[in-house]
Every structure is written in C-alpha cells, then in structure tokens.
Design a protein around this ligand. Structure first.
Ligand code: DQA
Length: 148
C-alpha cells in the first residue's frame, strides 16, 4: 500500500474560524476527514500532520521521508518565505504536490511567489478544501505512472 505524508503548515489549525471568506468554514479536522475518505477509496495510507513551527515540518521531512512514497503539502505562509522548507522537500526525495486553499494569484503580490513550487510535481490553488482531495488523487496517479 502506498503511503502519503500530508503536511499542513502554520495557522492552518485555525481553519473554520480564520478568514472564512477566503478559507471557508470547515475546520482542519473536517477537511482531514474528507481527505481520508478519498485516501480510503483509493486504497492509500495517509499520515496527516499540522505544525505552526517551521523546524517541526523540516524535522518530519528529514526524519520520516523514508517511510513514505509521496508528499502533499500546504506550506501556508512558509510558501512565500522558506528556502529551508524547499531544501527539505528536495532532500526528502519525495514527489510532492503543493496545495493552497485560496487562489494565491487573486491575492496580495507577496503571495504570488512560492519557494516550493519549482521543486514540486504540481500545484493546486484556489479550489478550496477540495484541492487536497485532488492532490491526493493526482499524487496516487503520479506514483502509479512512476512505478510502471
Ligand atoms: C494558504 C495561502 C498562504 O498565502 C497563506 O499564508 C496561508 C494559506 C492557502 O492555503 O491558501 O496560510 O497556503
């Protein structure tokens, strides 16, 4: 069974009460449940983690990468600031899909640049929480092609 690591970055623990006009009204727990339903349907194992701490995300990537086949990551604000996170994704060797709930390009210009996009297989932005479901589905598809 393929194993996917799903990382949520800073402040995503406050989904459901944070800027709901932009991020929607579902909590992170509710979103995670929907992603899990898709993972079960696809027959893949999913390990979902969230941290507000950059170092914790880096540690998870460096310590646990060998246990997984692929990565789905919403780096949140670290998208726009973190070379360390980009380097950790590369070092993990995991094929990664970057997810953003909001459409970054409809927002402030500082959100238009991502340090991680160039090291990801693909990017999904602006589809709301459904973007995570699409990401898991796309990653599974990507992994099945890599194998053959
Ligand atoms: C976000 C977009 C980022 O710019 C922001 O800092 C977030 C969430 C999104 O999912 O739309 O925290 O990654």
């Amino acid at each position: 069974m393929k194993k996917i690591l799903l990382l949520h970055g800073p402040n995503l623990n406050t989904l459901g009460r944070r800027e709901t006009a932009i991020y929607g009204s579902l909590t992170l727990a509710e979103i995670n449940q929907l992603i899990q339903v898709k993972a079960d349907e696809l027959g893949v194992a999913l390990d979902i983690r969230q941290s507000n701490h950059e170092g914790q995300l880096l540690d998870w990537l460096s310590e646990s990468a060998r246990e997984f086949d692929g990565l789905v990551i919403n780096p949140a604000a670290l998208t726009h600031t973190s070379v360390s996170l980009r380097d950790a994704i590369v070092a993990s060797g995991l094929p990664a899909i970057e997810v953003h709930i909001s459409n970054l390009f409809k927002r402030e210009t500082f959100r238009h640049h991502s340090f991680v996009s160039a090291v990801c297989v693909g990017i999904i932005a602006g589809l709301g929480h459904y973007g995570y479901v699409v990401a898991v589905q796309s990653l599974v598809e990507h992994l099945s092609h890599k194998q053959s």
